[in-house]
Design a protein around this ligand. Structure first.
Ligand code: GDP
Length: 195
């Protein structure tokens, strides 16, 4: 994917702050440190864009990045700050729930999990929540370079099983270090948005 423009647009905590131009949105979710900012920067070919736009400290916002004037990546707060299973009723949960349930522009979720580990309870809760609401999920196993290629299939199987992945949901392997999976993820995005 050739990136002609990538910019941080806004931080939103509720619907009156979401963009109004109607472009399709893809939300990214995962626990803190899973490699979400690194993936975003790699996808957009912009070193530091995702990280630098994030407000320091614990500000919990949905961060909008516009790519090629065509779509938005919506970066969710990592769940290190808020345990998904417990805080679905809390402030984090309300902001996310409002977005997931009401946002017509949302086309699917990219859920990041570390390829090395079985998904956590929070990962499973997040996946289930999207299934209940009816949002398709693309699971991305991050940090693919941290395990040998020969073990990728086995690890993705474990992730698939623990999440009880279903329907048309897919899983891809990604590495921000090597660029592995970048083209595949862009193809998957284009397929889901435009085909
Ligand atoms: P975030 O909290 O989910 O946004 O995670 P970051 O993108 O900040 O990454 C957390 C840590 O993991 C950083 O030290 C990154 O350098 C590292 N990291 C992220 N992606 C990869 C990857 O694909 N491979 C390796 N080896 N390290 C990664």
């Amino acid at each position: 994917m050739k990136i002609t423009s990538a910019e941080f647009i806004t931080s939103a905590v509720g619907p009156n702050q979401y963009p109004t131009d109607g472009l399709p949105e893809i939300a990214l979710v995962g626990r803190s440190n899973v490699g979400k900012s690194s993936l975003l920067n790699k996808m957009m070919n912009r070193k530091g864009l995702a990280r630098t736009s994030q407000k320091p400290g614990k500000t919990q916002t949905l961060n909008y990045f516009q790519v090629n004037k065509q779509l938005y990546f919506v970066d969710f707060p990592g769940y290190g700050y808020a345990k998904v299973a417990k805080s679905i009723k809390g402030q984090w949960g309300k902001m996310i729930e409002t977005y997931l349930k009401q946002r017509k522009e949302l086309r699917f979720i990219i859920q990041l999990v570390d390829i090395r580990h079985a998904p956590s309870k929070d990962d499973i809760a997040m996946y289930e929540w999207c299934k209940e609401i009816g949002i398709p999920t693309v699971v991305v196993a991050t940090k693919g370079d941290k395990i040998a290629r020969g073990r990728w299939l086995q690890h993705t199987k474990v992730i698939r099983q623990h999440l009880n992945m279903r329907g048309d949901d897919t899983i891809l392997i990604f590495s921000s270090e090597t660029g592995q999976g970048r083209d595949e993820l862009w193809s998957e995005i284009k397929r889901r948005l435009y085909e």
